[in-house]
Design a protein around this ligand. Structure first.
Ligand SMILES: Nc1ncnc2[nH]cnc12
Ligand SMILES: [Zn+2]
Length: 330
């Protein structure tokens, strides 16, 4: 099974590029930029990655990305992950990135975009890896700020496949961003949102009704509402579920307790992603291996999950056909 999963053409719909910052690169960029880290060594950083909940993780995630200052830093961050993912059989990644987290630190949007877009272009030209771009907004920051950043991003709208909504979910319901998502719709941008990770099923309903999202990131708490499950099933809305993330952030205690088998049994369009692989114990392949271990899924189940991901990925129709053919041959 391990060899099958390694060579299986895999597609990842839910990945925060800032969450791919491995401690080794964090130390290298800190040295390059003359920044002092709160850890004495890579091992000490890894030892700190023991999270109580989403907020506990977010505190270290925002602290870690403080080493990203220049265009080359964003390029190195992304290219490092793209190469690693490709070597593990990943064919396409839709990446989230968090402009507000960088603007707040005085890093201009142009720096972030130039580095990420250069890495995307190079990966697509030389790695046989395609990249989708999701500009994410921080739900624990003011809604006005998000709207302002979306307007400020006007030179980059043409490079965006979607906007997303992430960061601390509790007490920050989707409705808070109604105006932002309405503006994105007006601009012809696809919308996705994190919902039902730590927040209630009601937030999934709001994301569907008020934000008119095409995807739900996480969504595991949908099972608390028969009505929400029915809607997700009827519309075949894709859920980007992140198994190792959910264990690390204590959404579930053990992977064997995870609702993934139940979500599939409910007929939902489930996909697997890694969320923040540098912090949660591995990338897309590791997530597949962990699911094989915990749930005993067969090859056809993994083919189906990746077919769903290919169907929903932000790719050209030509690339979609190519990926579907490769999956069928795996
Ligand atoms: N798992 C997650 N949930 C919400 N926001 C995030 N930003 C990075 N990772 C996240
Ligand atoms: Zn996420």
């Amino acid at each position: 099974m391990n060899e099958f999963l390694r060579q299986l053409p895999k597609v990842e719909l839910h990945l925060h590029i800032e969450g791919t910052l491995e401690p080794e690169l964090m130390f290298a960029l800190a040295a390059r930029n003359g920044i002092e880290l709160p850890y004495a060594s890579v091992d000490e950083a890894k030892a700190a990655y023991d999270f109580k909940d989403l907020q506990g993780f977010l505190d270290l995630y925002y602290q870690g990305m403080n080493v990203l200052r220049n265009e080359q830093d964003f390029y190195d961050l992304a290219m490092d992950y793209f190469k690693r993912a490709r070597s593990e059989g990943v064919m396409h990644i839709d990446i989230h990135f968090d402009p507000q987290a960088h603007l707040q630190r005085g890093v201009p949007l142009e720096v972030v975009m130039a580095g990420l877009l250069r890495a995307k272009e190079e990966a697509e030209a030389s790695l046989d890896l395609t990249i989708g771009m999701i500009m994410a907004f921080l739900r624990d920051r003011p809604a006005d700020e998000a709207l302002h950043v979306l307007e400020q991003a006007s030179p980059y709208w043409k490079f965006l496949d979607a906007i997303g909504l992430d960061s601390a979910e509790r007490d920050h319901p989707p409705v808070k961003f109604q105006a932002l998502f309405a503006r994105a719709k007006e601009l012809g941008l696809v919308r996705v949102a994190h919902a039902g990770e730590e927040g209630p099923a009601e937030y999934i309903a709001q994301a569907l009704d008020i934000l008119e999202v095409q995807r739900i990131d996480h969504g595991v708490r949908c099972l608390e509402s028969d009505d929400v499950v029915k809607r997700l099933r009827d519309q075949q809305t894709v859920l980007t579920v992140c198994p190792l993330s959910n264990v690390s952030l204590k959404v579930v205690e053990r992977l064997s307790d995870h609702a993934l088998p139940q979500l599939l049994a409910e007929g939902l369009k489930v996909t697997i992603s890694s969320d923040d692989p540098a912090y949660f114990g591995g990338g897309l392949l590791e997530n597949h291996l962990a699911c094989a271990d915990a749930f005993g899924w067969d090859e056809d189940t993994f083919r189906m999950l990746n077919r769903y991901a290919i169907e929903e990925a932000f790719v050209s129709e030509q690339r979609r056909d190519e990926l579907l053919k490769r999956l069928a041959a795996a």
